[in-house]
Design a protein around this ligand. Structure first.
Ligand code: ADP
Ligand code: MG
Length: 454
């Protein structure tokens, strides 16, 4: 018998499959695949990502097996595994090894502490310090050394996405580590407002207040939302005084300095101004590059310098957006098993950078999504409750919104005259799934790549 090598065998399979599916589908599902072993009746195929694995198992296994069996009739089964090398993983730093356990990009392995409400991903180890946040950082360090005794309250302010929450939570996490006996509570002011409203409605105000009495470190994020909420401000004032008098530390953030928060009662304003006020401004170019490198290393990867430079030049005002841009590049690398070249980076960053992306139409989005899922445009436009269709339709709506900023009612019209609330629901559904499901993120990015590159 003429035994083919693994490479020859797989090449023969690919040659046949290529004839039966579109070039885009072929590239998406078969690029970077290979046979890595063959034992008796079983063939093992390695693939670059879990998403491709799932897809091959579900959609292509029959045809792959049929072709393999035709080439060598002893083959009865095909298994798929994710290639370990698909993302260059460096030896993980001890502190972040939970990411490896989670086996994904990002921080899925981390949970918010139930008692303190702190998110352990925000630490000083992954907080980059530059002239833009030096003062806030130094004040935070002083507070950590002697909670309640130096700057009280510590008031941090700055624009959106510049690291207020990160810094506040890092203070909490660090105090938690150094003084395990201390009682810490992190609360966004919106949540504080809700709690006050609920306590009033249920006549549990005393209970509510007493739950704050024993706290050693109270961290309240985004106090600008207290603007105009007089009753909540009053309750907050009392809690604040209670803690302050006992030398308990209070740390506060806001998007503007105390004097600029509208309709804040005078006594609260003067409390906020009574300790240390530090601002966070925008990071300069070098710091942006440093932040990008830190983030990439956090997930165990690295990129050529020109990629960092390009992103840092394109995204200037907001660290959250900087992170979002980098994340797209990381996902690209994961899917394609190599870092993108600079032109691809430009198209990946799309809306984030001006003029970076080529023009596309809503028709292009709908047809690409349909094709990606092996459906026709009509399939996804016409109302149907079938599971195989609901998801592609929701993704198409989501992409119309994300890529073209189409109005909800316009999208509704395109999808068989759906009400705009249905569209909002679909977009929110995908958004909330994206928070939990990294596979979905890859899936959607693959579609977006096709929309822009074909
Ligand atoms: P804000 O609360 O000011 O809107 P966040 O604290 O949520 O901003 O920060 C937005 C994102 O940027 C977060 O993911 C955070 O981890 C990251 N980030 C902010 N500042 C820094 C920094 N100095 N170093 C590293 N990452 C940062
Ligand atoms: Mg915040």
């Amino acid at each position: 018998m003429n035994v083919m090598s693994n490479e020859e065998l797989w090449e023969a399979v690919l040659a046949q499959i290529q004839l039966s599916i579109s070039p885009a589908n072929f590239a998406t599902w078969f690029k970077g695949t290979k046979i890595i072993s063959r034992e008796k009746t079983q063939v093992m195929v390695s693939v670059p990502s879990s998403f491709v694995k799932e897809w091959l198992e579900q959609k292509y296994n029959d045809i792959i097996l049929k072709i393999l069996h035709g080439l060598d009739n002893s083959i009865k089964e095909v298994k798929y595994c994710i290639e370990k090398q698909s993302l260059k993983i460096k030896a993980p730093r001890k502190k972040i090894s939970y990411q490896e356990e989670a086996g994904q990009l990002g921080f899925e392995g981390l949970e918010i502490d139930k008692e303190t409400n702190l998110n352990p991903r925000y630490t000083f180890e992954n907080f980059v310090v530059g002239s833009f946040n030096e003062l806030a950082h130094a004040a935070a360090q002083a507070v950590i050394q002697k909670p309640g005794l130096v700057y009280n309250p510590l008031f941090i302010y700055g624009g959106v996405g510049l690291g207020k929450t990160h810094l506040l939570e890092a203070i909490g996490n660090e105090v938690y580590k150094n003084f395990p006996e201390k009682k810490i509570k992190y609360i966004p002011s919106q949540k504080f407002i809700e709690d006050v409203v609920r306590a009033i409605r249920k006549h549990k105000m005393e209970f509510f207040k007493s739950s704050y009495r024993e706290i050693d470190l109270l961290i309240v994020d985004d106090v600008q939302f207290l603007a105009g909420k007089e009753k909540t401000q009053e309750e907050f004032f009392h809690i604040f005084n209670l803690l302050y008098e006992k030398n308990k530390q209070v740390v506060i953030s806001s998007d503007c300095p105390p004097r600029a928060i509208p309709s804040l009662t005078e006594r609260l304003r003067s409390r906020f101004t009574g300790g240390m006020i530090a601002d966070i401004s925008q990071p300069d170019f070098e710091t942006r590059v440093a932040i990008l490198k830190t983030k990439a290393r956090e997930v165990g990867t690295d990129f050529p310098n020109e990629i960092y430079t390009f992103i840092a030049e394109s995204v200037q005002k907001n660290i959250r957006e900087l992170e979002g841009a980098l994340n797209r590049v990381i996902v690209y690398q994961k899917i394609n098993n190599k870092p993108p070249d600079i032109n691809i980076v430009k198209s990946l960053l799309g809306k984030i950078i001006k003029g970076g992306r080529k023009k596309i139409t809503h028709k292009k989005i709908i047809s690409t999504v349909a094709e990606f899922y092996g459906l026709t445009e009509k399939d996804i436009i016409i109302p149907s409750r079938k599971k195989e269709i609901v998801k592609p339709r929701q993704i198409a709506m989501y992409l119309l919104r994300r890529e073209l900023n189409s109005s909800f009612s316009f999208i509704g019209e395109r999808f068989g005259g759906k009400d705009h609330t249905t569209v909002i629901h679909s977009c929110e559904k995908i958004n909330s799934q994206l928070q939990k499901d990294k596979n979905l993120e890859e899936e959607i990015q693959m579609i977006a790549q096709r929309i822009y590159n074909s």
